[in-house]
Design a protein around this ligand. Structure first.
Ligand code: ADP
Length: 355
């Protein structure tokens, strides 16, 4: 099969298969495998197999929507749009879209817009009240100063929120790694730590950085820096004074791991799953004091996913938390990471919640 065809299939948003006329699967992309549509070299869903047979018989392209149980367990119902066409070379192309997933993504998008509007209302409402207060107190310069300072705080909250929303929407764009390069993780950690030093000093928190490891990843440096900065800022914001935040890098088994460990307030186990959701805060009042937008960890999650990695958390109330960012190591010796990215090897597994 020509390389071009393989490349095109790997970047298509649909699940795709190339099948020989006898039904043997010659090629399946990660999405198709993720949906359980292929087992060894056979198509698992009989309705799709029949559609392929009909196209193999008469060469006419066909499209059909079907509701089927997701192989192999069959617990989940899939709503698929299947398009089948002959490639002319004897091989047959099958494109499959998961309609339920498309609808779910739409709902998530709509919720996001509603949440952002709601979140914007707080600082905007506060600014308008403060402006009224300034007017009412115009003869009292101390009061005016007091309200003006609070206006500054609200304005900066607003600008953080807008910036985070912009960052998050960029991250969810279709082509997240357009500015990818080889990134030195030790250097990245050094820069992220530099950026949060003032914040740490204000709370008398010591940041301890482990030894350099020489770990390299292939990715967007500014995205990775933003992710690390968010993890560090959280570690500081959710810790009492006179504690320590430790950052360690490990580079082993083709994975570069950055762990940010704090001795802070910790997170209860029932909140752990939810902290990566947009606008989820364990304690909204405290986040308001720290100026948090509730988007920091959602940004971290998307950055790690865009890089084919993950972010996990361990935490215990009153003991502290460790957030671990795991990224595929850049390996200059084998197939280059650029190529693997292009081939979709790092693509997000299908069916995973995109919050
Ligand atoms: P925020 O802007 O509110 O900090 P994040 O998305 O960064 O939003 O984090 C979501 C929530 O997770 C926070 O509101 C906080 O309750 C909790 N959290 C994040 N990091 C930590 C940490 N290191 N220790 C304790 N709680 C944390």
């Amino acid at each position: 099969m020509p390389d071009e065809v393989i490349r095109v299939l790997s970047v298509l948003p649909s699940a795709s298969l190339v099948v020989a006329p006898d039904g043997v699967v010659l090629r399946a992309n990660a999405r198709a495998t993720g949906l359980g549509l292929v087992n060894r070299d056979l198509v698992t869903i009989p309705d799709i197999r029949h559609l392929i047979e009909r196209v193999a018989d008469d060469g006419h392209p066909r499209e059909q929507e079907m509701r089927v149980r997701r192989p192999p367990l069959g617990r989940e119902l899939l709503e698929l749009r299947v398009r089948v066409a002959s490639l002319g070379t004897g091989a047959i192309l099958v494109l499959i879209d998961d309609l339920a997933e498309e609808r779910r993504v739409d709902v998530v998008r709509r919720d996001f817009v509603a949440n952002v509007s709601h979140e914007l209302k707080t600082p905007v409402g506060a600014l308008s009240l403060l402006a009224e207060a300034v007017l009412a107190a115009s003869d009292d310069s101390d009061q005016v100063r007091h309200f003006a300072e609070r206006m500054q705080i609200e304005a900066s909250r607003l600008s953080h929120l807008v910036q985070d929303v912009i960052d998050l929407s960029r991250l969810q764009g279709d082509d997240p790694l357009t500015r990818a390069e080889v990134v030195d993780v030790d250097e990245l950690v050094r820069r992220a730590v530099d950026e949060v030093r003032t914040l740490a000093a204000r709370q008398d928190i010591e940041i301890v950085v482990g030894d350099p490891t020489g770990g390299l990843v292939y990715g967007d440096e500014s995205q990775l820096l933003a992710a690390l900065r968010n993890l560090l800022a959280n570690a500081i914001s959710y810790s009492p004074s006179h504690t320590r935040v430790a950052v360690g890098v490990r580079n082993a088994d083709s994975i570069v791991e950055v762990a940010v460990k704090d001795q802070g307030i910790g997170i209860a186990s029932n909140d752990l799953d939810r902290v990566f959701e947009r606008f989820y805060r364990v304690d909204p009042a405290r986040s308001r004091v720290t100026g948090g937008t509730g988007l920091g960890l959602a940004i971290v999650k998307h950055v790690s996913q865009n890089h084919g990695g993950e972010c996990t958390v361990w935490s215990e109330l009153g003991v502290g938390s460790t957030f671990t960012l795991r990224l595929p190591a850049y390996d200059s010796t084998s197939t280059s990471s650029e190529e693997r990215l292009a081939l979709g090897v790092f693509s997000t597994p299908v069916g995973e919640a995109r919050t």
